[in-house]
Structures are given as structure tokens and as C-alpha cells.
Design a protein around this ligand. Sequence first.
Ligand SMILES: [Zn+2]
Ligand SMILES: [Zn+2]
Length: 651
Amino acid sequence: MLIKVQTREGFIEREFKNGTTGKEILEQTGTLTSSTIAIKFNGTLTDLDREINEDGIIAPVLINSEEGIHILRHSAAHILAQAVMELYKGALPAVGPVTDDPPGFFYDIQMDDLDDDGIRKIEEKMREIVKRDYKIKRKEFERKDLLKMFAWNKFKVQLIEENVPPGQKSSVYEQGDFVDFCRGPHLPSTSYLKGFKLLSVSRAYWKGNEMNESLVRIAGTAFPSETELKEYLAMVEEAKKRDHRKIGSEMDLFVMRPEYGPAFPLYTPKGTAIRNELMNYMKQLNWKHGYEEVWTPHAFKTTLWEKSGHMSHYRDNMFLMDIENETYGMKPMNCPGHILIFQRKAWSYREMPARFSEFGTVYRYERSGVTSGLLRVRSITQDDGHAFVRIDQIEEEVGNLLDMVNEVFVDTFKIRELKFKLSTRDENNTSKYTGSSEIWEKATNSLKKSLEKRGLSYEIKEGEAAFYGPKIDVDVRDAIGRYWQLSTIQLDFFMPDSSHFDLKYIDENNTPQQPVMIHRAIFGSLDRFIGVITEHFAGSFPLWLSPIQVRIVNISEKTREYAQKVHLELREQGFRVDADFSQDTINKKIRNSHKEKIPYLVIIGDKEASANRISVRDRKDRQKNLIELGEFIKNVKEEVASKNTELNICS
Ligand SMILES: [Zn+2]
Ligand SMILES: [Zn+2]
């Protein structure tokens, strides 16, 4: 058989005897490394020692690749189940999948409850199994033999009955005397598992149904190396410290009252200060990029939601209400309102694109919205906007929006790591999409060109486009390495079409044409964005976003009057300033202001009062003594205006 081995440089092509294993082929072509754990044969992931019997392409799969890590975690789940079975007689492993969020694995097992000591023992046993370095072997059996093999485990019996048709074969994986019904692939042997840790025990139900058997879910994570595991665990610890729910309550930014409105956040004066700064900033940016601000109501009759397709596609997530024999729906999206504004007049091709923006609050019934703080709420304020464009304007308008994304995250927030994802349609299943093939191709090419023109690399997500158009999503990396999907640029051929809002502009030949609609949001949801940047900055917001920018403290009662004068002056300048004139010691006042992450502390003592000056200390404990108030005001103004992410006045 003729095998091509894929390497970084290209292909190595060679003849092999039928039945040669993937591992042997890699060995003989000099392409096997110590981190190769599996292969892809003609695009399908499979075990390293699988026998190959036909022509094809082999690509080595490394343990630190995305697919390699998946295999590693899946094998870790098997080793976990093996450890439990060695320690607890009668334990019945049910299912043990890999998880993306959090990254790791779990195994649901029918057994007695576990305490911390039990978890420690299981982890020790896993290390022992890793050391024993069992080969992990794949074997195939007929359905009837599988049922016999697993007759002791009712869960596996049910899985075999559901997944293997009568008369057919399926695979098991064996390591030592542990066997699991499984498709694989797996690590070559147990010693490949190096950096792993069990993290939690919880309750689960067979098939996720509370009416079924109760199971113990043991969850853990695994990485290709100890170092990566340590880095991950440190990141998780750091993320806990930065949790925006914790910081939000310490800094008094927002409150939740689930007894009156689950997942409906209420913003305090301090939280509202952050919201307003973000909104004002985005309003200026919208204006600069041609988006005109509009305002639309929070509810419409369902006749509008029928026309927009929301009643047929989105009804389950809508808040509906009956008033005087009419049904109204809270808006789940702002688009139909903007369409009504577009429809108020006739548009010439010369006036296109039409661009509207709105900080529109939409209401969506999110089932899991109760516990995630601001990350998943039911009243969502988006920095929403819609452009109505001619097909030949898609590229330019998308470019305009990519420039906005760059201005917000790179220029202003100094976040340089952005991931662009282009979702396209599934070319093998085009019937499920609205719009002609021609428009899909043109639009997708326009999206590609606007990305490429800016030198932005992107990942194509084939088949992940919505049925109404391709889109670009932007993931933004935060200070501790997590990526958050924030911006979206979504094309839409559906709402403007003749069976929905039938939108038109008049082209140069006086013929009505259908525009393309672009839905866009740069922050995404303002609520989620505030949650994300609270964690990104760990509450230490840049000066322009800080809820309190300056706090005045006096050292003794004697200097209170002068301190009050300074407070008033700074307030008149429009800064967000407060004062601590309590009887606390100066050190306590400093500590308290640090707890609230206040950027600048103005300290007034005898020296300052008699010299008619101030001393300034920042939240990094850098201090400048006896400076003029006028100079400080000028510096604060500059730092706010430049939206600097660093505090510079005391440096
Ligand atoms: Zn498995
Ligand atoms: Zn929209």
C-alpha cells in the first residue's frame, strides 16, 4: 500500500506491507517522536499502533496538540475509573467524557459517597497505575460478546444496546485488568499521563435525569506536563481572586436580587459610573465610524416578532405578556426596531450604508442565568448596531467594524491578543441556508478580504454560520490568559428579504434592490463586558473607568478645613472624588482606599496645609509630596482623556 506521511515540510511517500502499524510507519520514516501519541489516518483520529491496510495519508498527533490533549484527558478518565474499581469493590463506572469548560475530564460512577480522603486515595492509586505503565490495547467484539463481557455493569449494557446495532462489532480498550466499552483512541500506555489532578466530587444522575440512578461524579484535569498543570491551577486560583462577583460586591458595583428578578443585575452608583464611561466612549466611536444613535422601545406587539421570525425561532426565550387581548413581547433583539427606522423613508444607493446604533436593553429568558453574575443575565444591554449595505459595500463596512474592534481592544484596552473566527456555511448541506449561493460566496469573500487587508489572521469555522449569513466573531485574551468572545459582525440575508421586512434601496438604474443587513456589537453585552474587564483588571480599573478616581484624606482634624476645600475643587473639576475625614489613622485610610482600588489618594497634613499644596499616593503605593493642586488637576485630566491603562502621576 502507498502511504504518505505528513510532516511539517510536506509529505514522505513510501510503500508499506498491508498490516503495518501507524507506529511502525512513523518509525521507518523517521517521523516518530516521544510526544507522538496517536495518528490521523485519512483525517480520522486513531491509535498509534492501529494496523493500516489501505493507501492513505498519515499525520502524527502530538500530545500537546488540541487533539492530543483530548486523548490524554480521555485516557485519564479511564485510569480514574480503573483506580476506583481497584479501591472500591462493586463500583460501577457509567460514563467518563472529556470536558472543555472547565478543561478536563470526569467519570460518573455508581458508588458510595466520597470524602477528601477518598479522593486522595484515588489520586494515589492513579499514580500507581501510571507507574505500572500498562499498554492500552484496543480490541473489537461482536455485540453479543460485548453484552456478556459487561453483564456485571448495567450502565455499560445499556450503552452497548443503544450504540451497537445487532450483529455489529464495536471496540473496548484494555489496560491491565480494566476494560472499558469505548471508541477511543487512547494513549499508547498509561505512563504518558504526567500532569493530572482530581479537582472535585459532586452528584450526577444517569443520563442527566433526576429520576434515574444517582452517581458520584469525580472530575479532574490533565495536561501534557507538570508545568502546564501547575500553570493552569495557578490561573484557576487567580481567576477565583478576580471573580467579578466577589470584586463587584467588595467594590460595590452591582447587586442581584434573585427573589425579585433572577439574573437581572442592578447597577449601584459606582457600577453605573463604569457603565456610563463605557457607553460615552462607545458613543464617540460609533459617531466617528458613521453610526447614528437611535432609541427604540423595549416591547412591541408580537406582530413585529412574527415578521422578524422571532416568534417562530426564539419564542421560548422571550418574555411575553397579554394586554387588552393583544400579546406583546419584550425585545429579545434590537434589529426589528432599527428596521422600522430604516423603513421610514426611501433610500438611494448613494445614501447607503445606513448605520444605526443603540445601547439597547434586550430581555432574554436564559435558563442557566441565575448564578453567573454579569456573564449571563436576562436583561442584557448591548452596544448594538446595524448597517444596511449594498452587496458591494460589505467588504468596506466590515473593514470599518474591524477597525473599531482594533481601536477598542488594542489601542484603548492595550489587549493585543485577539482571535478572529470566520463562520462559513457547510458547503455539503447548502439547503439549510437562506440566500443564494452567489450572495454567500460574495459575502464570505468580502469578509475574508477585509480581514486579510488588515493583516489579521483568522480561523475558518466551516459550517458554523447561522442559517441567515456568515459572521466574524472576535475572542479577546484577558490578563490571565483566558479568551472571551466579545465582538460579533454578523451578516444577514434573511430579515431584509421579501418574505420578512422586504427592505429596498433604489440602485443607479432606478431599480429597487435588497440590501444586506449587518448586525454588530463591539463590547458585545455591556453587562458581560463589565464582568470581563473587572476580572481582567482585577478591579484596578484605569483612571478613566474607576468609579472613584480620587479620594481625599486628612491626617488630623486640624487640616480638615483645607482638605474640604481641595475636595470641593476637585469635585468642581468633574472628577469622581470622595473623602475620608474619619478619625481613623492615616495608615488605615490608605489601607481602606487600596481595598477599594482607588487610583489616587490625596493626603493632607500640616505640611501640605501650610504650604497650600497636596501630597498624592497611588494604589501602587508610589507617592509624590507637596505638589500644586493645579498641576495634579492638569495631570488627572490628561490621564483620563488619554484613557491610559497605567497610573502615571506618581511614577
Ligand atoms: Zn473511553
Ligand atoms: Zn441585530
